[in-house]
Design a protein around this ligand. Structure first.
Ligand SMILES: Nc1ncnc2c1ncn2[C@@H]1O[C@H](COP(=O)(O)OP(=O)(O)OP(=O)(O)O)[C@@H](O)[C@H]1O
Length: 411
């Protein structure tokens, strides 16, 4: 059923749902658009609304072919909406779920596109902070590139920062998707451009391998691996490409490539990768996923999420497990001490049997959830000191409102 969004837009049909709200196929004065209607609890937050209005210029100013443009921001009664360019295609998560692993040329072409978008954003002083396959859209109307990849565009720019207001996210908490979080975020440092490079390198690894380098098991263990573990080599990846992955997954932000350089280096590799089939590796055991209980979900739509951006290809399915903003119980010291879930994941050799209980999709669903964790506890965990701190969300130690906005884009 159509609904009006402000005086200029009409939302017709749901394209997908995310943690911040629902994305609609809509119509505006200049034709079809995608409208991200924020959740009611976010839209009724006056501080957040104010921040949206203040960030208008930054959000509307990013104009690049590899970035999904934000055309308008609508604040209308209880509606708070971002009006975006409509991408006719699907998101990278849906493609990855369908194909499991991409041919190296396709993976590199997609990641090079995203790196170009990031380069433009970083040059404009904007850090994305939530680079992951869900936020990469594939334009199925665009020309097919290397390895059969459609043009890729990065979406949700600035949204993480806007929603991650100091009132919601105290100095002792972080919000993000564990698999893609750079170690410096886990350690409580302000997110700068290099966090996007780390997340994008994680996406590249995932496109090649079918799993992320530090994911699997308890989210706390995932975060600790980002800080302490080294990425395990993927058999069959040409050395030049592997060196790029390793460099961009460096623990030290300053050691990572800048986005423009990463894009250029990836483009240079494309001829070398032409015709290479997807890698023949299998996901390592994730270990049991039961050791924590989800004690609370933030407000979530009750119905399963629908995915796919104006699907020209049928979307792989509904994925109601990809919920976000999970609060966790505080893990015990033994969980922080390492063990099966605390080690970097070595890919299993082709044909090697999977350990019972290592259900790939179950682990994937868990690892993709965003979580809210105590950073102070994580720092202790990373240092091996043990003991997590429970944080209530009401600590008075919130940073100044603009502390993250003012973080320079370049490392
Ligand atoms: N500009 C767009 N054009 C077409 N479809 C879109 C657009 N933006 C988002 N979508 C679709 O809507 C879905 C939900 O997007 P949204 O950004 O709300 O969530 P997400 O990124 O998947 O998850 P989260 O917000 O929790 O990180 C996407 O997966 C995509 O299929």
């Amino acid at each position: 059923m159509a609904r009006n969004i402000g005086s200029r837009y009409t939302a017709h049909q749901i394209l997908g749902r995310g943690s911040a709200g629902t994305v609609w196929l809509g119509e505006g004065p200049e034709g079809p658009v995608a409208i991200k209607l924020l959740r009611e609890d976010l839209a009724s937050d006056q501080e957040l609304v104010g921040r949206f209005v203040r960030e208008r210029t930054a959000l509307l100013g990013l104009d690049h072919p590899r970035v999904v443009g934000v055309r308008d921001l609508v604040v209308d009664g209880s509606d708070l909406a971002l009006v975006m360019d409509l991408v006719r295609g699907t998101d990278l998560r849906t493609r990855l779920d369908r194909e499991r692993r991409l041919a190296p040329a396709a993976a590199v072409a997609i990641v090079a596109d995203v790196a170009e978008g990031l380069a433009a954003a970083h040059a404009a002083g904007v850090v994305h902070r939530d680079v992951k396959p869900e936020n990469i859209l594939l334009d199925m109307e665009g020309p097919l590139g290397p390895g059969g990849a459609h043009p890729a565009l990065l979406t949700d720019f600035g949204v993480a920062k806007l929603i991650d207001t100091p009132r919601r996210t105290k100095a002792t908490k972080i919000i993000g998707t564990p698999d893609y979080l750079a170690p410096e975020i886990v350690e409580g440092l302000p997110p700068r451009a290099a966090v996007d490079i780390y997340a994008l390198a994680t996406v590249l690894y995932e496109l090649l391998a079918g799993f992320t380098p530090f994911g699997g098991g308890h989210p706390g263990a995932v975060l600790r691996r980002h800080v302490t573990e080294t990425v395990v080599p993927l058999p069959g990846v040409p050395d030049e490409l592997w060196q790029l992955v390793v460099q961009c997954l460096a623990k030290a932000p300053a050691s990572r490539l800048r986005a423009s350089e990463l894009a250029a280096r990836l483009h240079d590799l494309l001829p070398l990768l032409a015709g290479m089939p997807p890698l023949d590796v299998d996901e390592p055991d994730a270990g049991p996923t039961e050791p924590y209980e989800e004690v609370e979900y933030a407000a979530r739509p009750a119905e399963p999420r629908r995915r796919g951006a104006v699907p020209l290809v049928r979307s792989s399915a509904t994925d109601s497990n990809r919920d976000t903003h999970t609060s966790m119980r505080v893990p015990g010291p033994d969980e922080l001490a390492g063990g099966a879930r605390g080690t970097a994941r070595a890919p299993r050799a082709p044909g090697q049997r999977r350990r019972p209980g290592s259900a790939r999709h179950r682990a994937g669903a868990v690892r993709r959830r965003r979580i809210t964790l105590g950073v102070a506890g994580l720092v202790l965990a990373a240092a091996g000191v043990g003991g997590w701190l429970a944080t209530s969300g009401d600590e008075p130690s919130a940073p100044p409102a603009d502390s993250e906005q003012s973080a320079p884009a370049q490392p």
